[in-house]
Design a protein around this ligand. Structure first.
Ligand code: ZN
Length: 360
């Protein structure tokens, strides 16, 4: 809370001192939200439409033709969000993608061109499962748009017997914990305009905040294991199960909401070698082939699929035992999806081509 105030006040003062016209010019193009929170038995809605603050209004009064068109009025704002299971098995296609980092327009192109969603941005992947291995937040300036689209698609996917798995990445956890180092400056202005510390927009009393707090850090689908950063070989030595890793991680998600300090294991899981930060499949100190094999055996999977470490495209490492799916969408230029059909994996390009995996 203090962090954002300290960061914002100097820039606000500077703007006010320079000229008020400059402030108007930088903020009247901003649209963001809605930020919805649970207040008594109703919903409090705050948003910004073309620079105008819409405060404490009713959801149905939002002008979604002018602004917030990603927030479809058919979306049901749920009164509670239930944590999903960690393990899925079945005969369905899986598409995985990672690290959107606020690049909403590129995300739309990627999903539309590969028929995951239709031209109106509705679910078009039938009983398929879409996995997003974290890092929707930070860097880019259309994070809210991505969150509401995924929120809507999750409901549509379930109706079609499909599923969306949004996993926690380090940037989700950073923002929820008030670490705003990588926030796009648009959101500093949003925070000032709404007169609310940014992290509070995602508090546990908010719809998106509660939804994010219900998300897991990993998912196992058929013989594939997904997480944002990866699984350190230590976890095999410690004989930890996926359920234990997830439970300890999510039960210790937001530091200032905990009754007690994080335990040694919770601290370990939230740091460098934990599932949202680990880079050891690609960078030194690097896991060995034997360690990768022992991880696969321990978790009974044939491959581990991770984002977080940016690559020019989706890549197969360790002879297909590790798949890197952060295809540098954060740069706003290009990105890919990983398609899994039974044992076959391929990559889907921005223009909708299906190509074999690049072997590294
Ligand atoms: Zn990351």
């Amino acid at each position: 809370m203090n962090f954002i105030s300290q960061k914002i006040i100097p820039s606000v003062l500077l703007l006010v001192c320079t000229t008020t016209v400059a402030l108007a010019a930088t903020t009247n193009t901003i649209s963001d939200g809605p930020y919805i929170s649970y207040a008594d038995s109703k919903l409090a809605v705050n948003a910004i439409c073309n620079g105008a603050v819409v405060k404490n209004s009713l959801l149905k009064s939002l002008d979604t033709n002018r602004c917030f068109n990603q927030f479809n009025k058919t979306t049901s704002v749920l009164s509670e969000h239930v944590r999903s299971p960690l393990i899925y098995q079945g005969n369905f296609d899986v598409i995985a993608v990672s690290d959107f980092h606020g690049q909403y327009d590129l995300m739309l192109d990627l999903l539309v061109n590969n028929n995951v969603i239709d031209q109106e941005y509705n679910w078009n992947f039938g009983n398929g499962h879409l996995v997003i291995t974290g890092d929707v937040f930070d860097r880019g300036d259309k994070v809210t748009e991505i969150l509401w689209l995924l929120y809507k698609l999750e409901q549509q996917a379930k109706k079609a017997s499909g599923n969306i798995h949004l996993l926690l990445g380090n940037h989700e956890v950073m923002v929820l914990n008030g670490d705003l180092r990588y926030l796009h400056n648009k959101y500093e202005k949003v925070s000032v305009m709404l007169n609310t510390p940014f992290a509070k927009l995602y508090s546990k009393d908010s719809v998106l905040g509660q939804w994010l707090r219900s998300k897991n850090v990993l998912v196992k689908i058929n013989s594939q294991l997904f997480a944002h950063g990866g699984f350190h070989p230590d976890l095999v030595q410690q004989k930890l199960t996926l359920a234990q890793v997830n439970e300890v991680f999510v039960n210790n998600l937001v530091k200032n909401e905990l009754a007690n300090d994080r335990s040694e294991l919770a601290t370990y899981l939230h740091k460098t070698n934990g599932p949202i930060w680990y880079r050891g499949y690609f960078r030194e100190p690097k896991a060995s082939v034997a360690q990768i094999d022992s991880l696969l055996k321990h978790f009974s999977v044939s491959s581990i699929i991770v984002g977080h470490t940016s690559m020019p495209q989706i890549e197969s490492h360790f002879n297909g035992k590790v798949i890197a799916i952060d295809s540098s969408i954060k740069k706003g230029v290009y990105g890919e999806l990983l398609l899994i059909q039974g044992d076959k994996k391929s990559r889907l390009t921005l223009s909708g081509e299906q190509l074999p995996l690049k072997q590294i």
